[in-house]
Ligand binder design. Structure first.
Ligand code: IPM
Ligand code: MN
Length: 347
């Protein structure tokens, strides 16, 4: 496993995630060999390097990548996001961004009174195309006639593979799939997504298929999250609704994600959805559970389902005894929470 602890609270939460991984490995009879990579703001500010080609080539040789968070206020926006995160997603063809939205028992949601039975879904976000593609450009930049075009790229192949992946997930769950888009306005991209979903749906008569506009999805996620089992959506909409999902499932301190290359041609990358939180670095107020859950997704992806379940269960158990899900209200520091999780593994 390649490890990119990154910046800010990244190294703090990744340390806990790695201890949980090795503890589960001891229970299940394996050990994970780790290679540490110094990437992120520190390296960029010191050397100007974001992701040297030689490092990308080394990363490609690993089975998986675990990343904490990258970015600091000193680095202008876009440099690390496009140069590191998006470059890895695109070059390693991690076309699925897998984001569970699950409320664990004892965790309080931003929605008063929401219970775990009503909030258990997966968002399957397209991860290589759409508005993230980088297609577009400026014309007459800096003049009154300036034009800024940023294209949403939607290929038939790219759309079909993510829709197929979502159906495959739905078959493993409650067999309900919702396409989330904006077909009433994005009549070109939306048409491709809707037609592709309809065509693939014909192969899965067992799956109940639904459609929701992205704006309406924001209402339903708040007032009736139980209506969702698997949501498939494009890159930009998926980015937005999974932050909302994070808030309803107990906050961004718990939200995990996997950038998956389902073909196995390249490693997949696992990371907490949260950022580097420069304001709380070193305070012990960072919740390591998002990183621990991300490591569990990683173990699952590597075929270590038993270890993954142990880590998830241990972290969920520790959560149920906590107060707030981040900050001083957690009642324990980052490393104390990490230790409690390790103690709970295999019990
Ligand atoms: C996320 C993040 C990234 C994204 C950024 C940091 C490039 O917000 O993983 O959701 O927009 O995909
Ligand atoms: Mn995001």
């Amino acid at each position: 496993m390649a490890v990119i602890p990154g910046d800010g609270i990244g190294p703090e939460v990744i340390a806990c995630a790695l201890e949980a991984v090795q503890a589960a490995g001891r229970e299940c009879g394996f050990r994970v060999d780790l290679t540490d990579y110094d990437l992120g703001s520190r390296r960029y500010l010191a050397t100007g390097e974001v992701l040297p080609d030689s490092v990308a080539a080394e990363l490609a040789e690993h089975d998986a990548i675990l990343l904490g968070a990258v970015g600091t206020p000193e680095v202008p926006p876009g440099i690390l996001e496009r140069g590191l995160l998006l470059r890895l997603r695109f070059e390693f063809d991690m076309y699925v961004n897998f984001r569970p939205v699950k409320l664990y028992p004892g965790v309080s949601s931003a929605i008063a009174g929401l219970t775990p039975e009503r909030c258990d879904m997966e968002v399957i976000r397209e991860n290589t195309e759409g508005l993230y593609s980088g297609s577009g450009g400026f014309l007459h930049k800096g003049t009154e006639a300036e034009i800024a075009n940023q294209h949403s790229v939607n290929t038939r192949t790219g759309t079909e593979r993510i829709v197929r992946y979502a159906f495959h997930r739905a078959m493993k769950r409650d067999r309900r799939l919702t396409l989330c888009h904006k077909t009433n306005v994005l009549t070109i991209a939306g048409d491709l997504w809707q037609r592709t979903t309809d065509e693939v749906a014909a192969e899965y008569p067992q799956v109940e298929v639904d459609y929701v506009h992205v704006d309406a999805a924001c209402i339903h996620l708040i007032d009736s999250p139980e209506r969702f089992d698997v949501i498939v959506t494009d890159n930009m909409f998926g980015d937005i609704i999974t932050d909302l999902g994070g808030a309803i499932a107990g906050g961004i301190g718990l939200a995990a994600s996997g950038n998956l290359n389902p073909t196995g041609d390249y490693p997949s990358l696992f990371e907490p959805v949260h950022g580097t939180a420069p304001d709380i670095v070193g305070t012990g107020w960072a919740n390591p559970v998002a990183a621990v859950f991300s490591a569990a997704l990683c173990l699952e992806h590597l075929g270590e389902g038993e270890a993954a379940a142990m880590v998830e269960k241990a972290a969920a158990g520790v959560l149920s005894g906590m107060g707030a899900m981040a900050g001083p209200g957690m009642g324990a520091s980052t490393s104390e929470i990490g230790n409690r999780i390790v103690e709970a593994i295999g019990v």
